[in-house]
Design a protein around this ligand. Structure first.
Ligand code: MN3
Length: 258
């Protein structure tokens, strides 16, 4: 999945080339194919919820089924619905990837910022979680479901070691005051960086303190953990590593760096 807003989306490219093709009368077979399927080319995050890629129970015992059900079907569903309302009110084309709107979010309303961010952040969050792996923190390449290959190399280059990255990320998640998110992102120079944002902001937004393409995110709003962990956010943050789907993170890393 392409999530880097700094690259023109495939849809944008197709729209542009299709118009150019029509203008100069170069409607070949390929263009005819494209015109026959004009709405199948959105690459990136859409404006509706994608189905959760696993059951509500899949992340037990680290993230409980009741929390997942309420989180996905109530909280995240509301962000998606409110985002579509905001898009309608502000005349935003929902065929474009949401990433493009987030990149210039300062031009839109608070409703768009809160719900566009809320929707994007949760779609990313569901995608980088997966069935628990035993053995706790993956600490080396070769450990089942640990970062490996180019991603592991980049983590070591950027943070010194995998453990140093984990420590920095946990600090960001534990010390975010109130509601927000912790992120691992790829910045403009291709370096991996840890950050945290308040509320539903994220690193794609032009108003973000540290900008880049997020490839891993942790929701530290109380609604994400309170039923199971109550006030013990640090325990939730530590347990998070057991349900990270590193393959999905690696895919996002590859998409953000190619
Ligand atoms: Mn949430």
């Amino acid at each position: 999945m392409k999530t880097n807003p700094s690259n023109p989306s495939r849809r944008e490219f197709l729209t542009t080339t299709t118009k150019a093709g029509l203008t100069v009368g170069l409607l070949g077979t390929a263009f005819s194919d494209l015109l026959a399927h004009p709405h199948q080319q959105v690459v990136g995050t859409g404006f509706t919820q994608t189905p959760l890629p696993y059951a509500y129970t899949a992340l037990e015992p680290h993230i409980d089924a009741r929390t997942m059900e309420i989180h996905y079907s109530k909280h995240a569903a509301a962000y998606a619905s409110n985002l579509r309302d905001a898009a309608k009110e502000e005349g935003v084309d929902t065929a474009q990837p949401l990433e493009q709107v987030l990149g210039s979010i300062s031009k839109y309303s608070a409703k768009m910022r809160n719900n566009g961010g809320g929707h994007y952040n949760h779609e990313l969050f569901w995608s980088i979680l997966g069935a628990p792996t035993e053995g706790g923190l993956p600490t080396a390449a070769g450990t089942p479901n640990a970062p490996e290959g180019a991603l592991l190399k980049a983590l070591k280059t950027s943070f010194g070691s995998y453990e140093a990255f984990v420590s920095q990320f946990e600090t960001a998640a534990k010390t975010r005051f109130g509601s927000g998110w912790a992120w691992l992102l790829v910045d403009a120079s291709g370096k991996l960086v840890v950050s945290s944002t308040p509320n539903q902001d994220n690193p794609l937004m032009d108003i973000a303190e540290i900008k880049g393409t997020p490839i891993l995110g942790l929701d530290v709003w109380e609604h994400a953990y309170y039923l199971h962990y109550q006030n013990r956010r640090p325990d939730y943050v530590t347990a998070f590593w057991k349900v990270v789907n590193w393959k999905a993170v690696a895919d996002r890393f590859a998409a953000a760096t190619t």
